[in-house]
Write a protein that binds this ligand. Structure first.
Ligand code: ADP
Ligand code: MG
Length: 472
């Protein structure tokens, strides 16, 4: 299913967050007129080099001032950069083109919802094949919808982790082919940072530091965003993420998974009594900001069995009584799943205000943040604490290319990117993929006693890489 909104890993040999590259190649930015708001006014853009080789990056390549915030000439507010973002970390193939003034020039998403609904989860090999089948078309459509060609781009941004290696590889390969052929810089993107930062695209007032709750099918993260590329992890899940619990519950209740389990469950829950099934809130005894949804899933399973819901029967074939039982379970599940978020956010706000008293916002993003019940409950928590909630629109909460392109804009402006790959890169080239890649270090005082947290960290955190680079 290919949808587009016109407004609407392998190894990069070194996604090394270059702070001061020399530029034997041309970095393009084009002066945008009104043509993209009014396509009929289109004229070929006048290209100009973004970094004049004599005065900016290349001229300031001494290692004495690598701090990206201070390095003279390594930062630009140029708002006419045009960046292609590619996202294939899990089950959505997405591409978008975003200009550095925040204008979304195009957005295309091809979802694998049909595969998910058939197989009940993401099967990496099948997901990879689905990405391979559509990636060229998705990127081409993003270019076409923006009335651009590859030569018009300033850079290519692509998700390099975390995610499924087989899937990440498809996007990275495509990005490198374009960047190699058209001599464009490339920016490796952290998927979860992109979920958080897209909120700065939609809310220009949103300044660092802020608190962010990132909730999706594979992640449950509470982070304190001190600055671009500088994150402190306050909490994560010790087992499943909330989106996984929504998807499983929806499947067990026989819902139509065609548009995803989460939306189907949200809809059915509106018919149910949220107090009817007494599920217990996870991790009540743990006074930290970590999450757990595996136990709630088990409780749901038991409730379904004890109410004799015939889960082989789709909801469309359920009689009135059966439908009511399912709706009650859905509503009760949702209430407790979200209460768990509320409790953790309440505590995280306290922690965050201690660490960074100037925070004013809680960003909530990731697929589950498109849920209206989630938004309204978290809005209540945030308001009670004198903060503001920032939620991207639903199509920017679920996986998308805009968030990748925009995060590319933010890092590119700071001079963090790699030079173009060779145009003739071999097909079996080993890319730098980061399937397990933390955003930041854990907040020491927030470590959970309930530690079944998966510790295997193949890569150092994004934050530590950026800090190491800026202290070089
Ligand atoms: P990923 O987990 O691959 O990063 P997304 O960020 O796109 O993917 O999030 C997908 C998850 O969000 C899925 O688990 C899906 O069920 C969930 N989701 C999407 N919309 C809703 C909704 N309205 N209510 C609850 N969950 C939702
Ligand atoms: Mg996601």
């Amino acid at each position: 299913m290919l949808s587009s909104f016109v407004i609407s890993s392998c190894t990069i040999p070194s996604f090394n967050l270059l702070l001061r590259a020399t530029f034997p190649y041309r970095v393009r930015a084009f002066a945008i007129s009104s043509r993209l708001r009014n396509p009929t006014l289109f004229l070929p853009p006048p290209f100009k080099p973004f970094f004049a080789t004599s005065s900016s990056f290349s001229s300031s390549s001494s290692s004495s001032s690598l701090n990206p915030l201070n390095a003279c000439g390594s930062r630009t507010e140029d708002d006419s950069l045009v960046i292609l973002g590619i996202e294939t970390s899990c089950d959505d193939t997405a591409a978008a083109i975003v200009r550095s003034d925040g204008e979304i020039l195009s957005q295309v998403v091809s979802s694998q919802a049909d595969l998910l609904s058939r197989y009940g989860g993401v099967a990496p090999k099948m997901a990879e094949e689905a990405h391979v089948q559509v990636i060229d078309q998705v990127v081409q459509q993003a270019l076409d919808n923006a009335n651009l060609a590859e030569v018009d781009l300033s850079a290519v941004a692509v998700t390099i982790g975390p995610g499924l290696s087989l899937c990440l590889r498809v996007g990275v390969q495509k990005a490198r082919r374009i960047a190699g052929k058209f001599n464009l810089p490339i920016i490796g993107i952290h998927h979860m940072e992109a979920h958080a930062l897209v909120s700065r695209l939609i809310d220009k007032e949103l300044q660092f530091p802020f608190l962010a709750l990132l909730i999706s099918g594979g992640h449950n993260l509470l982070i304190l965003a001190h600055d671009l590329g500088h994150y402190l992890q306050l909490g994560t899940t010790i087992d499943d993420a909330i989106g996984e619990a929504y998807d499983k519950t929806a499947r067990w209740l026989g819902l139509d998974m065609g548009k995803g389990g989460g939306p189907a469950l949200e809809e059915l829950a509106r018919e149910g009594d949220p107090e009817s099934v007494k599920f217990s809130i996870p991790m009540k005894q743990h006074k930290d900001c970590n999450f757990s949804y595996a136990g709630l899933k088990t409780q749901v399973r038991m409730a379904i069995e004890s109410r004799n819901v015939n889960t082989d029967n789709p909801i469309s074939a359920a009689d009135c009584q059966d439908r009511k039982s399912r709706a009650d379970i859905a509503a009760s599940f949702q209430r407790v799943a979200v209460l768990h978020l509320e409790e953790r956010c309440q505590r995280a706000i306290g922690w965050a205000l201690n660490i960074a008293p100037s925070i004013k916002h809680l960003v909530v993003s990731g697929g589950v943040a498109s849920n209206l019940y989630v938004r309204s409950r978290l809005d209540h928590v945030v308001t009670m604490n004198g903060l503001q909630l920032v939620c991207p629109p639903p199509n920017l909460c679920t996986d998308n290319g805009v968030m990748v392109a925009w995060t590319g804009v933010e890092h590119f402006r700071m001079g963090r990117f790699d030079p173009p790959p060779p145009a003739d890169e071999a097909d079996d080239f080993v890319f730098d993929l980061r399937p397990r890649w933390p955003l930041g270090e854990e907040y020491a005082e927030g470590r959970s006693e309930a530690r079944s947290l998966r510790r295997a960290r193949i890569h150092p955190s994004l934050t530590s890489i950026i800090q190491a680079a800026s202290h070089q």
